[in-house]
Design a protein around this ligand. Structure first.
Ligand SMILES: NC(=O)c1ccc[n+]([C@@H]2O[C@H](COP(=O)([O-])OP(=O)(O)OC[C@H]3O[C@@H](n4cnc5c(N)ncnc54)[C@H](OP(=O)(O)O)[C@@H]3O)[C@@H](O)[C@H]2O)c1
Length: 325
């Protein structure tokens, strides 16, 4: 049986989900690889980068390393799966992996958006795969849909609820009349919001994701300062009640549409009609709505975050690369 050896960078929420799924579904994945390629192959984690190899991660200690060189210099490792998050050293690590002839999978929207497409460009030049399905809307396969399923279309507009924390908060405010502060506290208690919620409630997280979708749909990766961004901290229960009286609801919408040679990209709370499909996406759910010329209107909905939903998308990328190796 041929082994497709991979390295995980980071063993946090998503990294541990990827490890669990790869272990639990090892035979199923091998079977599916066989069905697709006619070859007997299995996906094997051969190294895991962590900061502290003494910490108990529930993983075989012999797999752990805190030295990235161990991964970069191992020619047997074909796929590097970056799940440490943040801009650096994640961006540097992904670029080093591509330079070393490895394929890269990531869930890191911040690193992709802040690098302005340069990681993908480098991968294209070197012939490496660079896959990032989990970086936008977690488990929802929106990137594959745009890249593959909609190739026969011109996309007119993409809009979506692509941050679960803010959708949870706005849903609590709308359904239970809770204040922003109380809804945020509840979201933090339930693990839907970080202790420092700035990236979510001020719209940075959604901004990175819509920048990635804009590049895929329109070929233009907007710089963060080209994206109009307003968070939800200024939304009050009174605003939501006013919207209700108008037959609308307030949702935190990221949208991108073409305007001549450029794209108009924004992230902001928006009053939308309760008849719009996005209006009924409640709680921590995500949804992406795509309007295109031939296929018409499509909406994809699912979990935008969480260990296993996100890991499911990461594993699908690892599998897609393993198919070709
Ligand atoms: N969580 C989600 O639901 C979700 C959804 C979609 C996308 N994502 C993306 O997935 C990525 C990972 O998120 P996460 O929630 O899994 O984060 P996390 O729980 O904070 O895990 C990150 C892991 O990376 C390790 N790490 C950080 N810097 C490192 C370094 N320099 N060297 C080695 N290890 C390092 C951390 O180690 P320590 O144990 O030492 O802290 C931790 O184990 C991020 O890009 C995030 O945006 C997450």
């Amino acid at each position: 049986m041929k082994k497709v050896k991979i390295a995980l960078l980071g063993l946090g929420t998503v990294g541990s989900g990827v490890k669990s799924i790869l272990e639990e579904k090892k035979e199923q994945l091998s079977q599916k690889l066989y069905e697709k390629t006619g070859e007997e192959k299995c996906i094997e984690i051969s190294r895991i980068l962590v900061r502290n190899t003494e910490k108990d991660y529930g993983a075989d200690k012999s797999l752990l390393t805190s030295d990235y060189e161990d991964i970069i210099n191992d020619p047997e490792i074909k796929i590097v799966v970056e799940l440490i998050g943040g801009q650096e050293p994640a961006t540097k690590y992904m670029k080093q992996a591509i330079d070393a002839g490895k394929h890269v999978v990531t869930a890191n929207k911040m690193a992709i958006a802040m690098s302005g497409g340069s990681i993908e460009d480098q991968a294209k030049k070197s012939g490496a795969a660079f896959m990032y399905e989990a970086s936008v809307a977690g488990t929802i396969p929106v990137i594959r849909v745009i890249q593959d399923s909609l190739v026969a279309n011109d996309i007119r507009k993409i809009s979506g609820i692509i941050n679960g924390t803010t959708n949870y908060i706005l849903s609590k405010m709308a359904n239970e009349g809770q204040s922003f502060e109380d809804a945020l506290k509840k979201a933090q208690e339930l693990g839907f919001a970080e202790a420092d919620p700035t990236s979510d409630v001020e719209g940075f997280d959604a901004m990175y994701k819509i920048a990635i979708l804009s590049k895929l749909a329109f070929g233009i990766m907007p710089e963060p300062d080209q994206i109009s961004r307003t968070g939800i901290t200024g939304v009050s229960v009174a605003d939501i009640e006013k919207a209700k009286a108008n037959g609308s609801t307030v949702k935190f919408i990221a949208q991108a549409h073409r305007e001549g040679d450029s794209v108009n990209v924004s992230v902001s709370p928006v009053e939308i009609s309760t008849k719009h499909p996005l209006a009924n996406v409640d709680g921590a759910m995500n949804a992406v709505y795509i309007d295109c010329d031939n296929a018409g209107e499509i909406m994809l909905q699912g979990a935008g975050a969480g260990s296993r939903p996100t890991a499911s998308a990461v594993v699908s990328d690892i599998f897609a690369i393993a198919e070709k190796l």
